[in-house]
Ligand binder design. Structure first.
Ligand SMILES: Cc1cc2nc3c(=O)[nH]c(=O)nc-3n(C[C@H](O)[C@H](O)[C@H](O)COP(=O)(O)OP(=O)(O)OC[C@H]3O[C@@H](n4cnc5c(N)ncnc54)[C@H](O)[C@@H]3O)c2cc1C
Length: 451
């Protein structure tokens, strides 16, 4: 029996022609679409779900990291630009907590996911972006001279082609870039990826009794393991109160393949097994919380994320690469588009490893280069930018700059570069040809902190 079938040739309707098509409505795609549209580009954002936010909503993340940096011992907000408006909109819906300190070093901000979804709708609407929800991108059609002509999507009303002058891949998995022929890597030198987590929330927590349980839970887990009654998928857990203190989010599951390697978000079989195993781990962990953690006796699982939380899959090879040394050494670059203030956060087998720039000796952030969102010149793909967790970083560099703050930075810069390229060269737009100074001038006008 043959392993393949041949599909009949088909005519695919063109849904529309745009200046910029953005694939993915996560943190990077949101900012990319808004920033391009505010420079008068005609923008379509394509998203497979019926809501925006990416991992930040679909995977239940509910916490913004990377907005702040520990600058010589003092926490400062270092990611601004258009993301400030998005955060203001979440706050106006009552969905943003004040900053809380992570591991005594750097601030993060918890948010309500429903408020994030609604604020993201408003943000794109106010920016003039058109959205196509429930559209799963499934391929590209290449035109001449290394240009992507169309992105193909499957929808409930059939398959469409979306034409654009510039495409921004903010899919998190570099789907579009990979189909177009941009080279990419996965994992560390052995191919090992950051492990995924299925996030969940528990409700009915007695906040007065729970108090600062986030600091005592890791010790209670160690005690529980020593007692021989419990086993956990990884050491420690991030268990934090949400906007409403009877609701806590839990980041503890860890999903592996049968051989122990990390579940792979670009492999349908691995993803399927991960969802099943994630829910099994959640049932076990709730039993631990109820039995061993004061305040959680009557807790229940309020919500399990729509999908497995994927930290890392493909990372493209770009004109610049963000590495662990850049993050730990607070690197400067000539083509800065903003900064990353988050440390290395490596979700390795059974554990989470943190590595920080020197605190308080260092300024606590590295500049992010424009070259990390532009595919390497040799691949010949001319009208694609790649923003977010699939941009050009090493495995370790990505463990830092994958968080929301840096994805906002990359997305905003990608939108600006795409819109300027369309203004300059229309149908022949090539973002790599736009002068860095012009991108930086527009980012400054958007009040982005370039470092
Ligand atoms: C478990 C977990 C916990 C985390 N905790 C934190 C945290 O506390 N704070 C923090 O700041 N960050 C955290 N992160 C990291 C952060 O959430 C993500 O790295 C960030 O959301 C990446 O943004 P992105 O826009 O690059 O991609 P994503 O958020 O992955 O968004 C990609 C979007 O593209 C869509 N898409 C993908 N492929 C297609 C396709 N083929 N067709 C159509 N649509 C498609 C997806 O549905 C999604 O909406 C966490 C991540 C995980 C997994």
């Amino acid at each position: 029996m043959s392993s393949f079938i041949s599909e009949p040739p088909r005519q695919t309707p063109v849904f529309g022609e745009y200046d910029v098509v953005v694939l993915g409505g996560g943190p990077a795609g949101l900012l990319a679409a808004a920033s391009a549209s505010r420079l008068n580009a005609r923008v379509l954002l394509v998203e497979r779900y019926g809501f925006l936010g990416g991992m930040g909503t679909a995977a239940g993340v509910s916490n913004f990291c990377g907005l702040y940096a520990n600058v010589h011992g003092e926490n400062r907000r270092v990611v601004q630009g258009l993301s400030t408006e998005l955060l203001d909109r979440i706050a106006a819906l009552g969905g943003l907590n004040p900053p809380h300190r992570i591991l005594g070093k750097v601030d993060a901000q918890a948010y309500d996911m429903t408020a994030f979804k609604c604020a993201a709708d408003q943000f794109l609407d106010a920016s003039g972006v058109r959205i196509l929800f429930h559209a799963l991108a499934c391929g590209v059609v290449m035109g001449e001279h290394g240009r992507v002509d169309s992105l193909l999507v499957e929808t409930k009303s059939g398959r469409y082609a979306l034409r654009a002058r510039v495409f921004i891949d903010a899919s998190g998995d570099a789907d579009l870039a990979a189909w177009a022929g941009v080279p990419w890597d996965k994992g560390d030198e052995t191919g090992s990826l950051l492990y995924p987590t299925l996030m969940f929330k528990v409700g009915n927590v007695d906040a007065e009794r729970a108090q600062d349980a986030w600091s005592t839970i890791p010790g209670l887990m160690d005690d529980a393991v020593r007692s021989g009654e419990y086993r956990f998928p990884r050491r420690g857990a991030i268990v934090r109160p949400q906007k409403h203190p009877y609701e806590w989010r839990v980041n503890v599951t860890q999903l592996a393949n049968a051989d122990g390697s990390a579940a792979d978000g670009t492999d349908a079989v691995s993803l399927s097994a991960g969802e099943l195993e994630g829910r099994r781990q959640i049932v076990d962990y709730l039993a631990f919380l109820k039995a061993r953690v004061p305040g959680f006796e009557n807790a229940y699982v309020l919500d399990i994320a729509t999908q497995l939380g994927i930290r890392e899959t493909r990372r493209i090879r770009g004109r610049a690469v963000v590495s662990a040394d850049d993050v730990l050494g607070c690197a400067d670059v000539d083509d800065a588009i903003g900064v990353n203030g988050w440390p290395l956060e490596l979700h390795v087998a059974g554990d989470v490893e943190w590595r920080w720039p020197p605190i308080p000796e260092s300024r606590g952030y590295n500049q992010l280069p424009l070259g990390m969102i532009i595919p390497e010149a040799g691949c010949g793909v001319r009208n694609v930018l790649v923003a977010g967790r699939c941009a050009s970083m090493t495995h370790e560099g990505q463990s830092a700059a994958r968080v929301t703050g840096s994805c906002f930075v990359m997305g905003e810069a990608a939108g600006v570069a795409a819109a300027l390229a369309v203004q300059a060269h229309g149908d022949l737009a090539e973002p790599a040809d736009i002068a860095v100074e012009d991108v930086q001038a527009q980012l400054r006008a958007n009040e982005v902190f370039l470092g």
